[in-house]
Design a binder for this molecule. Structure first.
Ligand SMILES: NC(=O)C1=CN([C@@H]2O[C@H](COP(=O)(O)OP(=O)(O)OC[C@H]3O[C@@H](n4cnc5c(N)ncnc54)[C@H](O)[C@@H]3O)[C@@H](O)[C@H]2O)C=CC1
Ligand SMILES: O=C(CO)COP(=O)(O)O
Length: 316
């Protein structure tokens, strides 16, 4: 059986998807409302929880299963795993989160490997909005696991009628694609929010993709992974849809409107983490630098765009 740890939008959607096949335990820090109303009103309203889902706040019960999908934000992943390290020993842990740690520059697979070395670590990533998965709309994701046999087992276990899963052993590529596209989505939202137009967005997506490839090459990821669902696929979705929280944060920055600070926006911390790695390793990441400036308030959108346009001319 599979358990999902993390009662936010994505964890709930994955539990709903898996409940088509077998009973699922969904662990949440505050399960009461979900358990009582059979709906995650706070994060995924309008999606009824099927009977096959047991909602619990008892982590020991959830961790009994062998396959554990962990859907907490990336910046919380290390603390969450380390806090229950004994219980996670020897398990198969699938990180369902996207980002790079501010404190270390590590992605989710690395965080699992460092925190629970006895675990089999994997990542589930790619273009999917939680609401789409929960409604049973067709979705394709990437499952990355360095051990191919374990990856194949997970691919079978997590595929459902509407959720098609491809697999790869390139965990570095998969974790970077999902992390870095959020930063580009913030940039695209900001450009659209400031009224700079769709041509500007296309330029940011394309040159942002070049930054993703550069960063991934630095981490020895397979370039083909970046061109797949977890990279190009998710970049396309997140940079073009108002369903994306990263894109919506960008829209708010660009238009000068308010944004609810309690929203999970992985790209904000990831932009800072990437910028630090880029500066330290002399990687050229001007869009990431511009997003970091927008987030810390040292740049506005028009001057950020001007700084990108005024860089020395170069070959594509
Ligand atoms: N919502 C979506 O459409 C998708 C989200 N993701 C990824 O899923 C991850 C989680 O995001 P969402 O579920 O959307 O966010 P969310 O904001 O809906 O939920 C986050 C959940 O994590 C819990 N949480 C936070 N810190 C925790 C900790 N230390 N211990 C235990 N639980 C903790 C919160 O209580 C909350 O239930 C993110 O990395 C996101 O990028 C990936 C694909 C789609
Ligand atoms: O990762 C996602 C889509 O694949 C969800 O995007 P947001 O976190 O920006 O909402």
């Amino acid at each position: 059986m599979v358990s999902v740890l993390g009662g936010g939008a994505f964890g709930t959607a994955l539990a709903i998807s898996l409940a088509q096949k077998s009973p699922v335990i969904l662990w949440a820090r505050a399960p009461e409302d979900m358990a009582q109303n059979r709906e995650n009103k706070a994060r995924l309203p309008g999606c009824e929880l099927p009977e096959a889902i047991t909602v619990t706040g008892d982590l020991a019960l959830a961790i009994k299963d062998d396959i554990l999908l962990v859907a907490v934000p990336l910046q919380s992943l290390r603390g969450f795993l380390a806090g229950h390290a004994d219980a996670f020993t020897g398990k198969t842990i699938v990180a369902c989160c996207k980002g790079i740690e501010l404190s270390t520059g590590a992605g989710p697979a690395t965080v699992i490997a460092e925190t629970i070395p006895s675990a089999t670590s994997a990542i589930l990533t790619g273009p999917s909005f939680a609401a789409d998965i929960a409604r049973g709309l067709p979705t394709a994701l990437t499952l990355a696991c360095a051990e191919d046999a374990a990856g194949a087992r997970l691919q079978q276990a997590l595929t459902t009628a509407n959720l098609r899963i491809y697999r790869t052993t390139d965990t570095a590529g998969a974790e970077l694609g999902g992390a870095l596209k959020n930063v580009v989505a913030i940039a695209c939202g900001a450009a659209m929010g400031a009224g700079l137009g769709e041509s500007a967005r296309a330029a940011l997506m394309t040159r942002g993709f070049a930054e993703m490839q550069r960063f991934a090459a630095h981490r020895h990821a397979d370039p083909a992974t970046l061109s797949g669902l977890s990279g190009f696929g998710d970049l396309t979705l997140t940079c073009t849809s108002q369903q994306s929280r990263n894109y919506r944060l960008g829209l708010a920055l660009g238009s000068g409107s308010d944004f609810d600070a309690s929203t999970t926006v992985e790209g904000a911390a990831t932009a800072r983490a990437m910028h630090e790695v880029a500066v330290k390793n002399a990687l050229e990441m001007p869009i990431t630098a511009a997003v970091t400036g927008l987030l810390d308030g040292s740049l506005d959108v028009k001057s950020a765009m001007a700084s990108l346009l005024n860089r020395p001319l170069k070959e594509e």
